[in-house]
Design a protein around this ligand. Structure first.
Ligand SMILES: *Cc1c(COP(=O)(O)O)cnc(C)c1O
Length: 373
C-alpha cells in the first residue's frame, strides 16, 4: 500500500498516485460511502479500517511529504489527534503568530490542566532549538498566519531533542510542494487539506504525515477512537483537487508575487507582508527554506478599520471571505475576527487565486480607491 514518490517528481506524483492499478478498475478511486465491508478480507468497519477513498488521499500526500499519512475529517481534527498524543502535564510551545484554532485548542487544554503552553516568536531560532530539548510538543507554523513569518525549520528541526518530543509543523500555507518538514527532521507535518489540496472551497479535510511508525499507528488509533474520520465524498474531492495542485500553486504564486509588488507601490498601502519581497523581515530565510513564496499576502492600509472594511465590501472578483488556498481569490480583515484583535486593525489577508492578474489588480486597486473617496 505505501508506495513512495522517489522515482517521480512531485508534479507527476500528484497526478499518478492514489489510483487503482488492477485491470478493468476505474482510473480514479471512486467515493466509497461505506461504513462496513463483507467480513473476510481484512477491512470490516470504516472508522477502524479506513476506506480505499481515504487511502488514496493518504498515498498522495504521504508520498509527497515523504512519510505515511493519516487523513482526518478536517485540519483541526488532525491537529487535535496530535495533541491527543501528549502525556498529562506536557509542555507545549506555540508560535506567537499561529492559526487561531490551534491557539484555541492549546489554551482550552491548558485551562483544563492538561498541559502548559508557552509562546515563542518564530524568528527566535535559538529559543525553538532550546524548546526541542525540554518541551513535549514543539508546534511550528511556517509561513505563519497571518503575518507570514518564515521560521528557520532546518535549523530548528535538527536541534537535539528530549526523547519522545514531537516536533510538529503546520505546513498548510507552504504546501508539500514548497516545503517538506519531514526532510528537515520534523516528527510530523500537518496540513489542512481544506485549503490548497482541496483547492476549491468545497470540502473540509486534514492530513498528518510522519516517518515514525509508532506515531502513525497511534494517530490512526486516535482517529478510530475519536471518530475523526474523513467523509467519502470529501476524500474523493481532496484527491481530485490534488491532481491540479502543482498547476494551481504555480499560477497563484506568480499572481501573488505580482500583486505584492504592485501593492508595495500603492499610495494607500503602508506595509506589505509577502515572503517573496526583499523587504519582508524573513525574506532571506524564505529564500533558503521555501521552494516558492506561496499565495498569501497580508497588507496594511493607510487609514482605519472602517476604511479597510469598506475595501473588503468593494471587491467583487476577489471574494470577501475567509479561508485560503482555493482557485478563487479571497480577502478579509483579520482583526475583525474574534480572538484576532491583537493584529494591526487594517491588516487584510489576501489569498491569491488563479484568475488573471490584471483583473485581480483592477478589482483590488479599484476597491481601495473607491473606499478612499
Ligand atoms: C485552516 C487551517 C487549519 C485548520 O484546518 P481546518 O480544515 O479548517 O480544520 C489549521 N492550520 C492552518 C494554517 C489553517 O490555515
Amino acid at each position: 500500500m505505501a508506495r513512495h514518490s522517489q522515482h517521480l517528481k512531485p508534479e507527476s506524483w500528484l497526478v499518478a498516485a492514489g489510483r487503482t492499478i488492477e485491470a478493468g478498475a476505474p482510473l480514479n478511486v471512486p467515493p466509497i460511502p461505506a461504513s462496513n465491508f463483507l467480513i473476510g478480507q481484512g477491512r470490516s468497519y470504516a472508522r477502524n479500517d479506513a476506506t480505499p477513498t481515504w487511502e488514496a488521499v493518504e498515498e498522495i500526500v504521504g508520498g509527497l511529504e515523504g512519510g505515511r499519512a493519516v487523513a482526518f475529517a478536517s485540519g483541526m481534527a488532525a491537529i487535535a489527534a496530535v495533541f491527543d498524543q501528549l502525556p498529562a502535564g506536557a509542555q507545549v510551545v506555540l508560535p506567537d503568530d499561529c492559526y487561531q484554532g490551534v491557539t484555541g485548542l492549546a489554551m482550552a487544554g491548558e485551562a483544563r490542566g492538561r498541559w502548559s503552553v508557552r509562546r515563542l516568536a518564530l524568528t527566535d531560532t535559538e529559543g525553538w532549538q532550546q524548546a526541542c530539548a525540554v518541551a513535549d510538543l514543539v508546534w511550528l507554523e511556517s509561513p505563519s498566519n497571518p503575518l507570514l513569518v518564515v521560521a528557520d525549520l532546518p535549523a530548528i528541526c535538527a536541534a537535539p531533542r528530549k526523547p519522545g518530543t514531537i516536533v510538529a509543523v503546520d505546513n498548510t500555507f507552504a504546501t508539500s510542494l514548497n516545503q517538506q518538514p519531514l526532510e528537515f527532521g520534523a516528527t510530523l507535518s500537518i496540513q489542512s487539506a481544506t485549503k490548497f489540496i482541496g483547492g476549491h472551497s468545497d470540502l473540509l479535510a486534514g492530513v498528518v504525515t510522519t516517518r515514525d511508525e509508532q506515531l502513525w499507528h497511534d494517530l490512526r488509533r486516535s482517529r478510530e477512537l475519536t471518530g475523526a474520520t474523513p467523509g467519502a465524498f470529501e476524500a474523493f474531492l481532496a484527491a481530485r483537487g490534488a491532481r491540479t495542485l502543482a498547476l494551481r500553486l504555480e499560477r497563484a504564486q506568480h499572481n501573488a508575487m505580482e500583486l505584492a509588488q504592485r501593492l508595495s507601490h500603492h499610495p494607500l498601502v503602508s506595509c506589505v507582508r509577502y515572503p517573496g519581497l526583499p523587504t519582508h523581515p524573513t525574506h532571506a530565510i524564505a529564500c533558503r527554506v521555501l521552494k516558492g513564496f506561496g499565495t498569501i499576502i497580508s497588507f496594511d492600509l493607510r487609514g482605519d478599520a472602517t476604511f479597510a472594511d469598506a475595501v473588503c465590501r468593494n471587491v467583487s472578483l476577489i471574494r470577501h471571505a475567509t479561508s485560503l488556498g482555493a482557485v478563487e481569490s479571497t480577502m478579509e480583515r483579520r482583526a475583525a475576527i474574534a480572538g484576532q484583535e491583537h493584529l494591526p486593525p487594517t491588516l487584510l489577508r489576501l489569498s491569491v487565486g488563479i484568475e488573471d492578474v490584471d483583473d485581480l489588480w483592477a478589482d483590488l486597486d479599484g476597491a481601495i480607491r473607491r473606499a478612499a473617496q
